[in-house]
Design a protein around this ligand. Structure first.
Ligand code: ADP
Length: 218
């Protein structure tokens, strides 16, 4: 959990790479559905890019379908879900468990705006770049899939304000919800990707049993 641009996606990528638990990003699922022109994608298209939440019904249908896939059976990392209380309740119903660890990544607002304005994203596979710190090796071509690297429509100064407002109003209250269950870990996300990831890795190693845990989800 954390505000837009706090690094959730990059952390979930690291966890997937090291522990094998697939990253399940609802933003990614929505963008995929729009790209593929599926019925849910067509509905979501008009709601995406404005900084507001997409209807729960659409997000939940996409998520349910994704979590049923074989690779999620041993565990998964959610990125960008839940984003409101009713989604948190639905997750519990869908999976039958509470999340084993919840990371709340805190970043100063000024840093967030700077990061988002320099963020670049692959328009095909959603890989994340940064025009200053981590540009694609070949000009605006994705290192991973060769797709076009673009600036996301919602990575724009006006939409960022709306995304932050949505986050504070609807998502932030969930921190108290998960804090009650004792599974919440507060992470300082102001540093580099490595610095932010280090304490997350420590928690996961403790939970999953160190070296044995790494690769367990594969
Ligand atoms: P960020 O976290 O940087 O805002 P995401 O890729 O997670 O980026 O989300 C992009 C957009 O997709 C959100 O602004 C919202 O409109 C929509 N979205 C993603 N996840 C959800 C969700 N769980 N519920 C509703 N809308 C969502």
């Amino acid at each position: 959990m954390g505000a837009p641009g706090c690094g959730k996606g990059s952390m979930a990528d690291r966890i997937e790479k090291e522990y094998g638990y697939p990253k399940v990003s609802t933003g990614g699922l929505l963008r995929d559905a729009v790209r593929n022109g599926t019925p849910l994608g067509l509905e979501a298209a008009s709601q995406l890019g404005k900084g507001k939440l997409v209807e729960d019904r659409i997000v939940l249908a996409l998520l349910r379908e994704r979590l049923e896939k074989e690779d999620c059976r041993a565990g998964y990392t959610l990125d960008g879900f839940p984003r409101n209380l009713s989604q948190a309740v639905s997750l519990k119903e869908m999976d039958g468990r509470r999340p084993e660890a919840v990371f709340d990544i805190a970043v100063d607002e000024e840093t967030i705006v700077k990061r988002i304005l320099s963020r670049l994203t692959c328009g095909r596979c959603d890989a994340i770049y940064n025009s200053v710190a981590k540009p694609p090796k070949n000009d605006m071509i994705c290192d991973v899939c060769g797709g076009p690297v673009i600036r996301r429509k919602d990575d724009d100064p006006v939409v960022i304000k709306e995304r932050m407002r949505t986050y504070h109003e609807q998502t932030e209250p969930l921190i108290a919800y998960y804090d009650k269950g004792g599974s919440l870990h507060r992470i300082d996300g102001n540093g580099t990707v490595d610095e932010t990831y280090a304490p997350i890795r420590k928690v996961l190693d403790r939970m999953l049993g160190g070296e044995r845990g790494r690769g367990a989800g594969r």
